[in-house]
Unconditional design. Structure first.
Length: 452
């Protein structure tokens, strides 16, 4: 009996230590079992307390009266599946007649407290079926991306972890253009590095505009097909991209294969409908600080600014079918930057907001999408850099956090995949120049040690 007591104390101590120091390990060893038991045991009473039950139907009441049986109880949604994951539980529910998916969304916070989980989110899969995702610990406190992610679709990059434990993907074919906002030291640069590191192994041309003299993007230059570090060069680069876009459209028009003998499914309307041997390489344009392109202090700079914004708007409106995608970053992106800015913002479907300094900045990202996302963005604390709120024009949003990627790690990834950098003739003048990578280590001392 003494040995059993000692073993039990050791197990409890180990569980407490894991829960404190390694919550992910604790969840996989102890937490998932305890949580599944809590859900199973408390399910009926919790659903009744949260108002997620429906009264018995008339025929059940009539049958109970006819057979002199007790009045049947109210029925909660039926559990279709309870599946454990590496971060929590996934509960799939079949709603009863008269229930709505919004009822489950409204009760999410009460379900979190009742089941003893860290977070609860829900979404409707199809009519009458709702998926409730419950996380057992704070997955955004220490981001650990899963070893395997879905990278089978082209131009779909895993960049962050969602608060429900799922992976947040940047899908350029579904959301061609995106806007990323955030104050200084909010995690924008790390998010951008994860994008570049995720795109580096793919067949894609990276084009960068970094008006901070290139301090953010030029260390990654070996994987970029074109770079600009000042507004004058940025204007020339953007106009070259517009010309490249027109050439791609001419290619698509020449290869559309419109004929009565060709099935409709084979008619080309963008680069992804072209055969692989004719398909131009897609281009991702990263703008590090858009305000530097929109500010001006003289008449000449105002003319340059108008041409830059016009080129960006044209790329945002017409670039998707030509395989040109925009990633625009900035601290603020409001109408105070001048005419054309709101037109450009309207074309940026994807929105990501890191910590912002005021509610107005959050409204620039989500004011026309979701008021709840605005509230979530202004509540991001200063001690959690990298936490962001992401959403799109559908109104859906979630909290995410990108794994910390140092500049050195991003540089190593870009150097490793430098051979994948395509050479676009239209952008050849903007190809960054750099010295070749040394084949051996160079000693730091002036005189190398003599060898025998």
């Amino acid at each position: 009996m003494t040995g059993f007591t000692v073993a039990l104390v050791l197990v409890v101590a180990a569980a407490g230590l894991l829960r404190w120091r390694r919550p992910a390990w604790y969840w996989m060893t102890f937490g998932v079992t305890f949580a599944a038991l809590r859900v199973r045991i408390r399910y009926a009473s919790v659903m009744d307390a949260c108002g997620l039950t429906v009264p018995p139907s008339r025929w059940r009441l009539a049958f109970a009266r006819a057979t002199n049986r007790p009045v049947p109880e109210s029925r909660p949604p039926r559990i279709l599946r309870l599946r454990p994951t590496r971060t929590g539980l996934v509960l799939r529910l079949k709603l009863r007649p008269g229930q709505d998916a919004f009822d489950v969304v409204a009760a999410s916070d009460r379900l979190r407290h009742s089941f003893g989980m860290y977070g609860v989110t829900s979404r409707e899969l199809r009519s009458g079926v709702v998926e409730v995702r419950m996380t057992g610990y704070d997955v955004l406190k220490r981001v650990q991306m899963p070893a395997k992610t879905d990278t089978t679709r082209p131009m779909r990059i895993p960049v962050a972890l969602r608060e429900d434990g799922g992976v947040h993907y940047r899908d350029y074919r579904a959301v061609p253009h995106a806007l990323t906002l955030g104050a200084t030291e909010s995690g924008k640069s790390v998010y951008q590095r994860n994008l570049v590191a995720g795109l580096a192994p793919h067949e894609v041309a990276l084009v960068g505009i970094d008006c901070k003299q290139g301090v953010e993007l030029f260390p990654l230059a070996r994987r970029f097909s074109a770079l600009a570090d000042n507004p004058d060069t940025a204007l020339e680069l953007l106009e070259a991209l517009v010309a490249h876009m027109q050439e791609v459209y001419q290619l698509i028009r020449a290869e559309q294969r419109i004929s009565v003998a060709v099935p409709d499914a084979e008619i080309a309307a963008d680069i992804w409908d072209l055969p692989e041997d004719l398909r131009p390489v897609p281009v991702v344009v990263l703008v590090d600080e858009v305000a530097e392109l929109a500010l001006f202090a003289s008449k000449e700079e105002e003319k340059r600014r108008d041409r830059i914004i016009t080129a960006l708007v044209r790329l945002a409106q017409l670039g998707r079918a030509a395989g040109i995608y925009l990633e625009v970053c900035g601290q603020r992106f409001g109408s105070e930057l001048g005419k054309g800015i709101t037109m450009l913002r309207a074309q940026l479907t994807g929105r990501t907001a890191h910590r912002v300094n005021d509610e107005t900045s959050a409204n620039m990202a989500f004011g026309d999408i979701s008021p709840d996302a605005v509230l979530a963005a202004i509540q991001i604390p200063t001690d959690t850099p990298g936490v962001a709120v992401t959403g799109d024009s559908s109104g859906g949003w979630s909290r995410i956090r990108a794994p910390h990627t140092s500049l050195r790690e991003a540089v190593n990834i870009c150097n490793r995949h430098a051979d994948r950098t395509p050479d676009l003739p239209a952008l050849a003048a903007f190809r960054p120049a750099f010295a070749p990578v040394p084949s051996a280590r160079v000693p730091l001392s002036k005189t190398a040690p003599a060898t025998a």
